[in-house]
Design a protein around this ligand. Structure first.
Ligand code: MG
Length: 302
């Protein structure tokens, strides 16, 4: 048998074995895989990314770039709810997520700080549900937040219990909480997307989801692996920035390659949003236009 025939035979044999012995789920997922190119890239801006003074100006600008999501801060949403809701009326723009904004933190040792977290977070969740947000982003504890419960198994159990209650509350308001893993310089407690996803699972509430931020994900060994580890069940949001200085995507040149991560998002048929959370090294309007083009091109490539 020559080499070509040998490869043909063994490939056919391997396929036959896979069909005969593979679990049904594997066959189903292969059979139902959509054309990756049909999955849309839903781009979103945080308030500071959009050029313009008023919400109406910002939203006009975003629509001109084909941006379909908007991510306000939590305090901003509570304070300017009516203004934001009115400016969004009749537009092709959805609230993609709410970026934190609560006071205190969930792992605070001081009961007063924890109580402040509980009340302010619930106030933001109420507003998020009312405006139809995909979720409310939170971090369990930043490195600088002290006194903080020690990083032990008991603390993790406590976190999961607390998140369960918060997730159920968010569900009752029509939204979810979204855990954001950060790099170790900001929050060593939860750094990897897979770790956040495991906390979602162990919180045992459909109201607890997680996200990936391409900036913080520089600590991951694989963008693809990180986002796939959260999977359809837990991945609810994505943040994007350049990968050298956390400025606008594209401003760090060749470092700004997101194709692997985008491939995961396509394979997951990710239906939610990817928000710009970044500074800008040059002119904001010019950088945004180029970034949108770059990301759409990489999405096509993925
Ligand atoms: Mg982020």
């Amino acid at each position: 048998m020559d080499r070509r025939n040998f490869l043909k035979t063994t490939a056919a044999g391997a396929a036959a074995i896979a069909l005969a012995g593979g679990p049904a789920s594997v066959l189903t997922s292969c059979a139902s895989k959509p054309a990756k190119s049909k999955v849309a890239l839903n781009l979103s801006f945080q308030t500071g990314i959009a050029v313009g003074e008023s919400y109406s100006e910002k939203f006009d600008y975003m629509e001109s770039l084909g941006i379909v999501g908007y991510e306000p801060g939590g305090q901003e949403l509570v304070k300017n709810y009516d203004q934001i809701a009115k400016a969004l009326e009749g537009r092709n723009l959805k609230v993609s997520a709410i970026c934190a904004g609560f006071r205190g933190f969930i792992l605070a040792e001081d009961p007063a700080v924890k109580a402040d977290f509980d009340s302010s977070m619930r106030e933001i969740i109420d507003a998020a549900g009312q405006i139809g947000s995909t979720g409310v982003i939170m971090v369990p504890a930043f490195n600088h937040q002290k006194p903080c419960k020690p990083h032990t198994l008991e603390t993790r159990d406590y976190l999961c219990e607390q998140l369960h209650d918060l997730g159920e509350y968010a569900l009752s308001k029509g939204t979810v909480v979204i855990l954001e893993p950060l790099n170790r310089g900001e929050a060593f407690y939860m750094r990897l997307v897979a770790d956040a996803a495991a906390i979602c699972r162990d919180s045992n509430s459909e109201g607890v989801k997680c996200m990936g931020d391409f900036w913080h994900m520089k600590e991951e060994t694989s963008d693809y692996g990180a986002l796939m580890s959260a999977g359809k069940q837990y991945l609810r949001h994505v943040h994007i920035a350049s990968r050298g200085r956390r400025v606008t995507p594209g401003e760090d040149g060749e470092k700004d390659n997101y194709v692997e991560g985008f491939r995961a998002m396509k394979e997951l048929e990710f239906p939610y949003f990817m928000s710009f959370e970044c500074g800008c090294a040059g002119d904001r309007a010019e950088a945004n236009t180029k970034a949108v083009e770059l990301l759409r091109a990489q999405w096509e490539q993925a």
